[in-house]
Design a protein around this ligand. Structure first.
Ligand code: SIN
Length: 285
């Protein structure tokens, strides 16, 4: 059995003793999958991976997404989204402002992502301390802790997620080009149940978020805003959150159904941050 160290009460665990550059055998791989489903976020320290190894390991979980923002994918690797504040030849090499709000990846698609595999190549530091942490919240634990009447009230409801909401919000930083009409067509608004069953564990997960959810169907906008605000305030309470402090070489996998995450932009150049993400295709809720 693999050794594991829990990272917080609600979610997150470090898996010890695995070198992902040497393709894990099937038994080890299945243990990683089980641990991931159980802890919702798992990570491996001190990994040294080529982009090919990152993609090959990710593919063992199934098909990979190609992000709508081709301008921030790693050249030659359409499956790798670069999250970075580094500028080369006057151009950003990745998304400089990805995910600075609570969200789950690709929840704005009809088939939201199953999970994301994030590799920390360069972590910014100040006085030896890492910056640019990422917070993760457990949507299973948050669901379990909802008052029974709220669970009942939202269980049959659907909400609309919009890629444009978060994109326009991020554009205020001035770091994003406007979306082309062709890009917009690829990401129409979608409707998902507010509570969805996890496709592998069956556990119930809250599936609305600050970044992309714009309204709850069947309610007028004021009522929808009020209920949404109530749910969003609940699901990111500190007791449901694990805050990951990155180290160079961390390889971390988050589940996009049972968790949400939020990146913290508390660094700036010359403090460099370079992270690379693959995104697993998922199933419609
Ligand atoms: C993301 O939401 O994919 C970015 C997370 C991060 O930069 O920590």
């Amino acid at each position: 059995m693999l050794s594991v160290q829990k990272a917080s009460t609600a979610l997150g665990a470090e898996i010890l003793g695995v070198d992902l550059s040497k393709e894990p055998d099937e038994r080890t791989f299945q243990q990683i999958v089980e641990l991931w489903h159980k802890h919702e976020v798992v990570f491996f320290r001190n990994q040294t991976l080529t982009p090919e190894q990152h993609v090959a390991f990710s593919r063992r979980f199934g098909e990979l997404e190609h992000h709508v923002r081709t301008d921030v994918c790693k050249p030659g690797y359409p499956e790798i989204l670069v999250v970075s504040n580094i500028i080369e030849n006057g151009k950003p090499i990745g998304s400089q402002d990805a995910g600075l709000f609570w969200h789950s990846d690709l929840c704005y698609k009809a088939e939201p992502s199953r999970g994301s595999l994030f590799y920390a190549r360069e972590v910014p530091r100040k006085d030896g301390e890492p910056l640019g942490d990422t917070m993760f919240a457990s949507m299973t634990t948050a669901f379990d802790a909802l008052p029974e009447n709220t669970k009942k009230r939202i269980s049959g409801l659907k909400a609309v997620n919009s890629y444009l909401k978060a994109y326009h919000c991020d554009r205020k930083s001035g770091q994003r080009p406007p979306l082309t009409e062709e890009q917009k067509k690829k990401v129409p608004d979608v409707e998902h149940p507010m509570i969805r069953a996890h496709p592998f564990t069956g556990r119930k997960c809250v599936f609305v978020n600050e970044g992309y959810t714009i309204r709850i169907n069947g309610l007028d906008q004021a009522e929808s805003d009020k209920l949404l605000a109530e749910i969003l305030a609940h699901i990111t309470k500190p007791e449901f959150v694990y805050r990951h402090k990155w180290q160079d070489g961390d390889f971390l996998m988050w589940d996009n159904c049972s968790t949400q995450h939020c990146a913290i932009a508390d660094y700036s150049l010359p403090q460099r941050r370079l992270m690379e993400r693959t995104t697993l295709r998922g199933l419609a809720p």
